[in-house]
Write a protein that binds this ligand. Structure first.
Ligand SMILES: NC(=O)c1ccc[n+]([C@@H]2O[C@H](COP(=O)([O-])OP(=O)(O)OC[C@H]3O[C@@H](n4cnc5c(N)ncnc54)[C@H](OP(=O)(O)O)[C@@H]3O)[C@@H](O)[C@H]2O)c1
Length: 391
């Protein structure tokens, strides 16, 4: 696989869109794509970094006596709603023959921390940039590819969700990347017969500002080394580790998964505690027969009738039931958290079951999912976290 010829990316179209193109992997990928002769739409949040990146690429191209057209698009994925992101990209690529989309922009925690220690701003940023961003950018770009029946979409995932069995202390980050891997795999299936190659690329450590590794090593490539490998894989498997020493690490991890992985984390996390609490959950759920309840839902009358039904089935004995009317789709994450905090104040809560969820009413291709449904599914199933501003 490492020796097979790369695809001619210009066959997909003459333009490439790269998000998070002002630093690290995205910036290096933009240089590589320009070198392959693709014109670029650089998407980023910082206008002056976008301008500087564009100038740098132009200068390199001129010294190589080549020419590419570059457009810049300022989109802050943390601050914009999904629909605003999609609209900005749609307008930015209007009339362009976009063949390649790289969803690279991403945010991680600056340092390891337990879930309850992640502040609202960071939580919002990670969820918005890593989940909302690629989903809505893809929604904006895919119709162009569908029309001409060709295109390549690359989503930059992470080893934290694919390579290791869990990634404690970076839980939200790893969960967003698991979303991206599953999203990629599913739309790969939806569009492979329509000429669009979707792929989730999995980097392990790369020396960027995200990881704070200053220099490359055998296992930690520079962004340039990584992107040279990355570009060779575009258009092939739906999931891949483009950099060869990352693949090597993956093989070692698979081989030593039980010992190796827990060994890696044993200094900070006692895994036995996690397994113990998982094993005790079924016992606690048995005990729930005698537990008081707080029912959370969006419809006050349905909450009341559920509460009455439970009371009746328990013969009205020994159970207190509180109800909390919260519409997870309509409230911001922070409002949800506040409402729950107030609703459970003073209660000795022992069990939390996050059960609310939304599914499409019927099967449909990704490009057929209307904005309202997309917003509902993302919000209720993923984004119902403190801090997300409601539009
Ligand atoms: N480096 C690694 O070891 C590693 C490992 C696994 C996966 N990844 C993934 O690879 C991708 C690139 O990471 P990297 O290491 O190159 O990170 P990086 O150097 O921090 O670059 C991240 C890029 O995303 C942009 N970005 C951040 N927040 C944004 C927002 N709100 N709106 C628009 N753009 C935003 C950044 O813009 P600014 O230039 O303005 O900051 C930057 O261009 C990420 O998806 C990351 O999760 C990286």
């Amino acid at each position: 696989m490492f020796l097979r010829p790369p695809k001619n990316l210009r066959d997909y179209g003459s333009w490439a869109v790269v998000t998070g193109s002002t630093d690290g992997i995205g910036k290096a990928l933009a240089f590589e794509l320009a070198e392959k002769g693709l014109n670029l739409v650089l998407v980023g949040r910082n206008p002056s970094k976008l301008e500087a990146t564009s100038n740098e690429i132009h200068e390199t191209m001129i010294s190589d006596e080549r020419e590419v057209e570059i457009r810049t698009l300022v989109v802050d994925m943390e601050k914009s709603s999904g629909e605003e992101i999609a609209r900005a990209v749609e307008e930015g690529i209007e009339g362009l023959d976009v063949g390649v989309l790289v969803n690279n922009a991403g945010v991680a925690y600056p340092y390891a921390r337990f879930f309850h220690e992640v502040d609202v701003e960071l939580m919002e940023s990670v969820l918005k940039v890593n989940v909302d961003g690629p989903t809505w950018v893809t929604k904006a770009v895919i119709p162009v590819m569908l029309k001409k029946k060709k295109g390549a979409i690359v989503n930059i995932g992470s080893g934290s969700s694919v390579i290791v069995p869990s990634y404690p202390l970076y839980a939200i980050y790893a969960a967003t990347k698991a979303y991206l891997a599953m999203f990629s795999r599913s739309i790969y299936m939806e569009y492979k017969e329509k000429g669009i190659d979707v792929q989730c690329q999995i980097p392990l450590f790369v020396a960027t500002k995200m990881t704070k590794f200053k220099r490359s090593t055998f296992f930690i490539p520079s962004p340039k080394m990584y992107s040279k490998a990355s570009i060779r894989w575009i258009g092939y498997e739906h999931l891949c580790l483009p950099y060869w020493t990352h693949s090597l690490q993956w093989s070692l991890l698979v081989f030593t998964r039980d010992n190796g992985v827990s060994g890696l984390y044993s200094k900070s996390i006692d895994y036995s505690g996690f397994y113990f609490s998982l094993q005790t959950n079924p016992l606690l759920l048995q005990a729930a027969k005698g537990l008081n309840l707080v029912l959370v839902g969006r419809n006050p009358s349905k909450l009341d009738s559920t509460s009455n039904e439970i009371h009746q089935s328990c013969n009205n004995n020994h159970i207190d039931i509180g109800t909390l009317a919260i519409d997870l789709e309509k409230l911001s994450g922070e409002e949800i958290a506040k409402a729950v905090e107030e609703g459970i104040a003073g209660l000795d809560i022992g069990i939390l079951i996050n059960n609310a969820g939304i599914l499409y009413p019927y099967a449909r291709f990704f490009h057929e999912v209307d904005s309202a449904l997309m917003e509902s599914v993302l919000r209720v199933n993923i984004m119902e976290q403190p801090g997300l501003p409601r539009q």
